[in-house]
Design a protein around this ligand. Structure first.
Ligand SMILES: Cc1cc2nc3c(=O)[nH]c(=O)nc-3n(C[C@H](O)[C@H](O)[C@H](O)COP(=O)(O)OP(=O)(O)OC[C@H]3O[C@@H](n4cnc5c(N)ncnc54)[C@H](O)[C@@H]3O)c2cc1C
Length: 389
């Protein structure tokens, strides 16, 4: 099945009614669209338009659409703060003991079955359920005392839907630096949502005991960034080898010297539809500096390249934007087209706005609910205009 067919199948399978009731359970009815949304293959707006056309009432879609809005909210915050999302947003994280990562969590061996299974699946396949992400962040930051940044980078590196905006801000939400309090969960809560029956663990206590709990022995040994992040999977050499392995062509200035315009794709923009909507030859730009700052594991590199293979005539450039820019200039006067994104702010050329869920709801918002209030109003109006009631 091609990725295009897979996206259509995932859209068709969305069960908005069951979603609201079951999304917190690992066996719940979630869409698994995340990898395609995060890689820019499908926008939150297209998902909304699809559901609207399917004839649901607004109330039926409410829970699902609100989650789509979380995604856009995090993107808006990232656009506004830029690299500011990499530091504690609303004051220093409380109770930090170190800036490393608990080795047992990295190994999926923290002694809590409902979390360990999620970590093992994450590392082997790139998927983790939202609730297991919250539990993992809670264990790392609020119990083991790690600062959120390195554990967040580790999770991002393995997620096929890795999106630094949603990731860093969700970790900050759990760690209490982008929320009013730290998130905690005990064994009873984890058992309920992960279908496990474990008892007698270090989490099998009342909530009040967890807020001041000592670091469990199993979470004490730590790993540093060099030991835990997959830097080697996304060096220039590794990227070039992975591109060759897929049989994707490397960009060649000489054979493309007649191109009048090019469309830049990257890790966050891999939509064949976007490329087709622009007139220009597609170039997948893989900047080593971006991957050195936000490393990704080999299964994510593989997923990215398999999406690129569905973009007709794409060529790959492994290097920095400035190098590509100079090479394009040298090969003739070329227009560069790219899509707006917080990681692109230094690109030069024609910037195309992103496909937001509610494009007119712009600006900075102090909280998700102040953002959602405006998005909901805008979507309800659109709903009424389409349905006529
Ligand atoms: C610690 C932590 C780290 C996270 N890291 C990422 C990340 O790197 N990339 C990422 O896309 N999401 C991240 N999330 C948010 C959320 O877990 C995923 O978007 C969701 O689990 C994806 O699975 P799904 O496609 O089945 O989602 P569904 O539940 O089916 O939701 C549909 C879509 O809505 C959006 N969405 C749903 N829930 C959220 C949420 N809580 N925040 C933002 N958007 C949401 C996603 O685009 C998702 O694909 C993180 C959450 C936590 C707690």
């Amino acid at each position: 099945m091609s990725h295009t067919e897979k996206v259509q199948a995932l859209l068709a399978a969305i069960d908005v009614k069951r979603y609201g009731k079951t999304r917190n359970y690992v066996s719940g009815s979630v869409s698994e669209l995340g990898p395609y949304v995060s890689r820019g293959v499908i926008s939150t707006r297209i998902v909304w338009a699809y559901l609207l056309a399917r004839g649901h009432s607004f109330e039926e879609m409410f829970g699902f659409v609100q989650q789509l809005a979380w995604r856009d909210f995090f993107q808006r915050v990232w656009m506004g703060l830029g690299d500011g999302i990499n530091t504690d947003i609303r004051g220093d994280q409380q109770g930090v003991k170190h800036t490393a990562f608990p080795a047992a969590i990295a190994a999926g061996n923290a002694g809590i079955e409902g979390i360990d299974v999620g970590i093992q699946r994450l590392v082997s396949s790139g998927y983790m359920h939202n609730h297991q992400r919250m539990y993992t962040a809670f264990l790392s930051c609020n119990l083991a005392g790690a600062h959120w940044k390195l554990p967040a980078q580790w999770m991002y590196a393995h997620l096929l839907d890795g999106d630094w905006g949603s990731n860093a801000l969700s970790w900050q939400w759990v760690a209490g630096t982008f929320s009013n309090k730290k998130y905690i969960a005990n064994q009873e809560n984890i058992n309920r949502y992960t279908n496990t029956q474990q008892r007698g663990t270090y989490l099998d206590v009342e909530y009040e005991q967890l807020t001041e709990a000592p670091v469990p022995e199993v979470l004490k040994p730590t790993l540093d960034a060099q030991e835990v992040l997959p830097f080697d999977d996304c060096t220039s050499e590794a990227l070039i080898a992975a591109v060759a392995d897929k049989g994707l062509p490397i960009w060649d200035a000489i054979s493309r010297s007649n191109d009048q315009s090019v469309v830049i794709c990257n890790y966050y923009q891999l939509s064949a539809e976007f490329v087709a909507s622009q007139s220009g030859s597609p170039i997948l730009l893989l900047e080593p500096s971006v991957f050195a700052k936000y490393p990704i594991a080999s299964h994510c590199v593989d997923f990215m390249l398999s999406l690129a293979m569905e973009i007709p005539n794409v060529q790959v450039f492994v290097g920095e934007f400035e190098e590509l820019y100079s090479a394009l200039r040298a090969s003739g006067s070329v227009e560069i087209i790219y899509q707006e994104h917080p990681l692109n702010q230094y690109y030069q050329g024609t910037e195309i706005p992103r496909d937001w869920l509610a494009p007119e709801v712009e600006g900075e918002f102090s909280s998700f609910f102040s953002y959602w209030k405006k998005v909901e109003k805008s979507l309800r109006k659109e709903y009424k205009d389409v349905r006529g009631y």
